[in-house]
Design a protein around this ligand. Structure first.
Ligand code: EPZ
Length: 417
């Protein structure tokens, strides 16, 4: 198994290109199932989760080919409507095939994902939405089976804004009969991209990016042709890498409107952010001020940036409170940061972080995707050597992160254990 080795203490400098967003590419890939034709999606990042999605599409009968960073999906022959436990347990986002399968084939069978490292993460709101659209839902041996000869538009109220639930319902409702209204919908940029992509296929969706989305069902959709938006979480991770090392980095592809909450908190911490033509320049201060954050749904502070921001706050000049409200178990990185010398106390859904002058590198273990990123950031800011094991988590969502950081001057490399 590979590990990442970092000898920190170098202020990062230069520019770095952000890849396409994993969490946008995944629903877009599954949306290709809605059209009886050949779709093409470009700016797709090279990641383990994308490979899992391709495997799933192939198991369903789609033909998938790569050309550079473009993927062609021929969804003319769908032979199976099942997402197996083996795939869903590898990647929860596999449940996003249920909406397209139900809409296109009238039937879908998807393994229930089960718990995960960051929380329980049920899919009850997806299922409640499909039921509102007239689908019959049955649970059988760990699988969800959804059936509907014809989905019918309906009002769907989400008890909480769910990204995956909103995406699954958008895809199903695009081919339903009549109007669907999604209330308390998620508003993330990935939802907006999916709605725009579906509209380019012939769907009639209004209001994406707000809490109320209206979908007029259509009979068929054309194949998709689009390019994935830049990854706001990867961009945010590089922004913090610049900030934590006192560096000066242009993050190419970072979109200001996608980063409002992070930018505001970084500025409070004393970081300088300048908008440039093709990205955001981030200049770290000599001394970081402590800042409190509370994660919430977009446009609030993203839960996917919580671990990275905590790593930043371990180096601040005071005490900050990091509160996690989206997932119930997303502090797995705390123990590993503590092994590197961080002073953190967990108090319910909050972590109290007392900034320290120096962190000491240590062998640590990645526990999930964003936790891995926070350990890399802490390692970059530490004078000694940090070794991060179990980096397969990292490869799910960051494209060549060690090469990109090395391009900014970081002493970081991958080794076989
Ligand atoms: C998406 O997960 C992202 N994944 C996650 O990214 C991200 O952390 C999360 O949104 C929140 O922003 C993808 O886009 C592939 P949710 P998703 O449904 O859709 C509860 C990463 O590191 N909930 O918005 O699964 C749920 O338990 C990851 O890239 C229900 O109770 O998240 C959570 O507390 C990890 N019932 C909250 O809602 C449901 O049916 C938000 O979850 C659905 C969700």
């Amino acid at each position: 198994m590979d590990k990442i080795v970092i000898k920190g203490g170098v202020p990062l400098a230069g520019d770095v290109q952000v890849s396409g967003a994993k969490n946008s590419a995944l629903p877009l890939l599954f949306a290709t199932l809605l059209a009886d034709g050949v779709s093409e999606i470009c700016n797709v990042p090279h990641l383990r989760d994308i490979n899992t999605a391709v495997k799933l599409l192939r198991e369903l009968g789609a033909e998938v080919s790569h050309e550079g960073d473009c993927l062609r999906v021929d969804a003319r022959k769908i032979q199976s409507v099942e997402a197996s436990y083996d795939l869903v347990k590898t990647m929860r986002a596999s449940v996003l095939v249920l909406g397209p399968l139900l809409a296109r084939c009238g039937h879908g069978r998807v393994s229930l994902p089960g718990g995960c490292a960051i929380g329980a993460r049920p899919i009850n709101l997806h299922l409640k939405g499909f039921e509102a659209l007239g689908a019959e839902i049955q649970l059988d041996h760990g699988y969800v089976e959804a059936t509907a000869a014809q989905l019918r538009g309906a009002k769907v109220y989400f008890d909480m804004p769910t990204v995956g639930g909103t995406e699954n319902l958008l895809m199903a409702a695009a081919l339903a009969e009549g109007e669907t209204v999604l209330e308390n919908a998620a508003r993330e940029p990935e939802i907006v991209q999916l709605a725009e992509a579906l509209n380019s296929m012939g769907a009639k969706i209004q209001g994406a990016g707000t809490a109320i989305i209206r979908i007029q069902g259509v009979e068929t959709l054309q194949p998709l042709n689009c390019s994935v938006i830049p990854d706001r979480i990867e961009a945010g991770t590089f922004m913090i890498a610049a900030a934590i090392t006192g560096g000066n980095v242009l993050v190419r592809g970072a979109v200001e409107e996608h980063q409002e909450a992070l930018i505001s908190k970084l500025v409070d911490a004393g970081v300088t952010i300048q908008k440039e033509e093709d990205g955001l320049r981030v200049i770290g201060p000599e001394i970081l001020s402590p800042v409190d954050i509370r994660t919430s749904v977009f446009p609030g502070f993203p839960t996917d940036m919580q671990a990275q921001f905590m790593a930043l706050m371990t180096r601040s000049s005071g005490t900050s409170r990091i509160s996690e409200t989206v997932f119930e178990n997303r502090f797995m990185h705390v123990c590993e940061l503590q092994r590197m010398g961080a002073e953190i106390q967990i108090d319910g859904h909050s972590a109290i972080v007392r900034g320290v002058r120096e962190m000491t590198g240590a062998p640590v273990m990645a526990t999930d995707l964003r936790a891995s990123a926070s350990l890399i950031l802490a390692g970059l800011a530490s004078e000694n050597t940090t070794e991060i094991a179990r980096i397969y988590h990292l490869d799910r969502g960051y494209e060549k992160i060690e090469e990109k950081l090395a391009g900014l001057g970081a002493r970081i490399w991958r080794e076989q254990e």
